[in-house]
Design a protein around this ligand. Sequence first.
Ligand SMILES: Cc1cc2nc3c(=O)[nH]c(=O)nc-3n(C[C@H](O)[C@H](O)[C@H](O)COP(=O)(O)OP(=O)(O)OC[C@H]3O[C@@H](n4cnc5c(N)ncnc54)[C@H](O)[C@@H]3O)c2cc1C
Length: 410
Amino acid sequence: MTDFPRTNWSKSFRYQFRNCIRPTSIDALCDAVRSATKIKVLGSGHSFNAIADGDVAVVLNAMPFAPEIGDDGKKVSIAGHATYGDLARFLHLHGLAVHNLASLPHISIAGAIATATHGSGNLNGNLATAVCGLEFVGGDGRIIRVERTDPDFDGMLVHLGALGVVTRVTLDVQPAFQVRQNVYEGLSWSTLLDNLDEIFAAGYSVSVFTGWGDEAGQIWVKATTDEGTHSIRGATPAAVKRHPIIGLDPVNATDQLGEPGLWSDRLPHFRIGFMPSSGEEIQSEFHVPRRHAVAALEALVAVRHSFSHLIQAGEFRTVGADRLWMSPQYQRDTLSIHFTWRRDAAAVDQAVSQIEAALAPYEALPHWGKVFSARDLSEHYPMASAFKKVRERMDPERKFWNEWLDRIIG
Ligand SMILES: Cc1cc2nc3c(=O)[nH]c(=O)nc-3n(C[C@H](O)[C@H](O)[C@H](O)COP(=O)(O)OP(=O)(O)OC[C@H]3O[C@@H](n4cnc5c(N)ncnc54)[C@H](O)[C@@H]3O)c2cc1C
């Protein structure tokens, strides 16, 4: 097939694919995997590095989603290539919700969990923590189904695209809930650093947006309508709607000013059907344990002048600890420090190296789907060798492995 994906979503990364397969059924997919030597599933292409790159791309968008609610009403099963927006539309029909969402609903579920994609909230694990069952097509073209009782299950959720094709995902669901979003402005660095825990406890999901300028910036509080109102010290409520990137049209952002709305219309920052973020960008993100959060931010504030000219938006979020082997939140609550950069790869690479140097004392781990310069990360993941054993079993011929994985986890 000649029509195949050339770049990621923001055109900041050029894929090396020579060919693309678009199976229309599970049987066709299994046959394609069986006869392949090297193959790589491409989700919605929202990652910024070579994690999804390869020789032959598999794109699943000609396959059905076939969503189903479990008999107990507490689970939903859907195709892995469905986006969170597709999932939300189906869950609305049943008055159900998932626990959290990333900043955008445009990403595929299987691609998001592959990289430990997360939203915010002290008690909210990353999106993979909601997954209670997976169906893969393994390297030999056979279907493998796993669920929470499987001893290796915790190693298969943040799968890095290395274990096979994720064809179905089963997720825990809960009754739909309403959320109010309010933005507070004028936050100083000293108020943020002196009150970090209090600020991130102000609602179900809290983000701090910064331009890395003289002031820290804005707090975005997403509180469930069951939560009481928290007062925010040292920042004033915005009188008009905002976009996370200063100067962009807030029409692309989810509703604010305290207007209650469905979980799926408030937990992401960006509305489905609208351009998320700026589109012309590169992203990086580093996760530090909560106990180092203030020191890590202080270290970056001290060097911010070396990178602030490249920033479109910076964001801090909290993510709850989990038990997922390849998750940056493995056994640690984290603060996530995110950078939306101008699309200038050479300058960004330099800035990222400076940031990594500043964060080196604080056990920072990069987001699997964004730009970083570290090489072998496996020494920072205590369960990495167990993950590689699972990979050996699922894909002994390393059909889903690529050069990037070789460099990053060996
Ligand atoms: C505007 C924007 C906003 C973002 N916001 C957030 C955020 O709020 N929080 C956050 O943590 N991250 C965020 N990200 C990063 C994004 O969530 C991750 O990069 C995520 O992996 C993207 O999913 P995808 O479907 O595009 O995956 P891709 O980039 O297509 O692929 C990622 C990996 O998943 C594998 N994969 C994809 N589908 C399958 C499948 N069906 N079976 C097997 N392997 C598969 C690929 O092979 C690859 O290894 C954002 C990115 C963008 C561009």
